[in-house]
Design a binder for this molecule. Structure first.
Ligand code: IPD
Ligand code: CA
Ligand code: CA
Ligand code: CA
Length: 258
């Protein structure tokens, strides 16, 4: 299944790449939340191919109506993760596809067609970037850790969320090497898998933002939990905390300062 998935996703990557260098029809789902005709075009292409090839799976996708779709055996798609980057010409933007069997991650692909970087993982078989196996960083000290985070779209309208973002930056920034905001959750998780970042946290993500990245990171030796250090639930948890495993407890402790 993985080979076929990759073939389809690479073709969809051509649509994304063409859009990246063209004029985009941008519309607003909310004040900060953009969507373009290319988000829809990539999603439609993937859905059409996956429905034909992988009949036993339901499809959950960002730009579709997902009401009453069973998650148990599903392919969860983010057609363009990092739409704001895509619109503004920042090359951190990717197609993210996670395959779930019996509610558990089975296969994952994150493909950035601008940089031609394809991250992939299969449960129990390791994680790879363009064929090269990935391993998380060995850093054990939070003070030396390069972290990434993201700002939820709700920070433009929900004061509690905005205050929470600011509070956590205030708590964490003095305690780590530095903090990045690259603008694509799926790529952030892959960069922890790659050892570029030691850790990453963010609030209010959707299942398609992280459905693939969580498997890629865990297969590279990383750890993913909610903010209490418990198993992360794609559909229910407000916060994701994802690290190389070695700074996890210290990061969790400092994200929970009152
Ligand atoms: C967004 C990106 C971003 C994250 C947002 C996501 P989208 O996804 O992953 O990094 O901070 O919370 O919604 O809308 O570009 O697919
Ligand atoms: Ca979006
Ligand atoms: Ca996304
Ligand atoms: Ca998206």
């Amino acid at each position: 299944m993985k080979k076929e998935l990759i073939k389809i996703i690479k073709k969809a990557g051509k649509i994304l790449k063409k859009g990246y260098y063209s004029n985009k029809d941008v519309t607003f789902k909310a004040k900060k939340d953009l969507v373009t005709k290319y988000d829809v075009a990539v999603e439609n292409y993937l859905k059409e191919k996956f429905t034909k090839k992988f009949k036993e799976f339901n499809i959950i996708a960002e730009e579709s109506d997902n009401t009453n779709i069973e998650f148990n055996n599903s392919i969860i798609i983010d057609p363009i993760d990092g739409t704001t980057n895509f619109v503004n010409g920042v090359p951190h933007t990717a197609i993210s596809v996670g395959v779930y069997k019996d509610k558990k991650p089975y296969l994952a692909i994150v493909y950035n067609p601008i940089l031609d970087e394809l991250y992939e993982a299969k449960i129990g078989k390791g994680a790879y970037l363009n064929g090269k196996q990935l391993k998380v960083s060995d850093e054990t000290e939070l003070q030396k850790a390069l972290l990434a985070t993201g700002f939820p779209y709700t920070s433009g309208s929900n004061e509690d969320d905005l205050n929470d973002v600011v509070k956590k930056i205030k708590d964490i920034l003095p305690l780590c090497q530095d903090l990045r905001r690259l603008g694509s959750a799926s790529i952030d998780l892959c960069l922890v898998a790659r050892g570029t970042f030691e850790g990453y946290y963010e609030m209010n993500l959707k299942p398609w933002d992280v459905s693939a990245g969580v498997l890629i990171l865990s297969e590279a030796g990383g750890k993913i939990t909610n903010i209490n250090g418990e198993e992360y639930n794609l559909f229910e948890d407000k916060y994701i905390v994802a690290t190389n495993g070695k700074i996890h407890d210290e990061l969790i402790k400092n994200l929970n300062l009152l």
